[in-house]
Design a protein around this ligand. Structure first.
Ligand code: DQA
Length: 143
């Protein structure tokens, strides 16, 4: 089974970006963790990151057209992008929303997610291990 692991804006800067919030693990570490977990679970994992909303929409459309399950960290788009939400609504396979930080411990503007209502489930506050757990969930979640 092919799975898209999609990451939104600023996540390519993990490791140097606000380490007090996101830790010192790098985006390369995140990719390695997802690929390793995928290998262990027998999943074909395709990990991507973009700072461009239109590119993210194209990837979500690709997932919709191929019925690929998606692990998505929408980053800041979580909190304001109806376009990303609308693209997520078109998915028919499971969608797991992941956040590295516990957004509920943070600023008021991070308290609402446009994505959660259309996600199969959400994992947050567990660092990059949330991605690994999300991939495991996909092997047990029925579409
Ligand atoms: C994030 C949380 C968002 O509020 C923030 O804008 C991000 C990362 C997380 O993984 O904790 O960029 O999605």
């Amino acid at each position: 089974m092919k799975v898209l692991v999609l990451n939104g804006p600023n996540l390519g800067r993990l490791g140097t970006r606000e380490p007090d919030v996101y830790g010192h693990t790098t985006y390369a570490d995140l990719v390695a963790l997802c690929e390793g977990t995928g290998h262990e679970l027998g999943l074909e994992v395709d990990v991507r990151q973009t700072d461009f909303e239109g590119e993210m929409l194209t990837w979500l459309h690709e997932a919709a057209d191929h019925q690929y399950p998606v692990v998505l960290n929408p980053a800041a788009w979580t909190h304001y992008s109806i376009a990303v939400r609308d693209a997520c609504s078109q998915l028919t396979a499971p969608l797991i929303e992941v956040h590295i930080s516990n957004v509920h411990k943070r600023e008021d503007f991070r308290q609402h997610s446009y994505i959660s209502a259309v996600a199969t489930g959400t994992i947050l506050g567990l660092g990059i291990h949330g991605y690994s757990l999300a991939l495991r969930a996909l092997t047990t979640t029925t579409p």
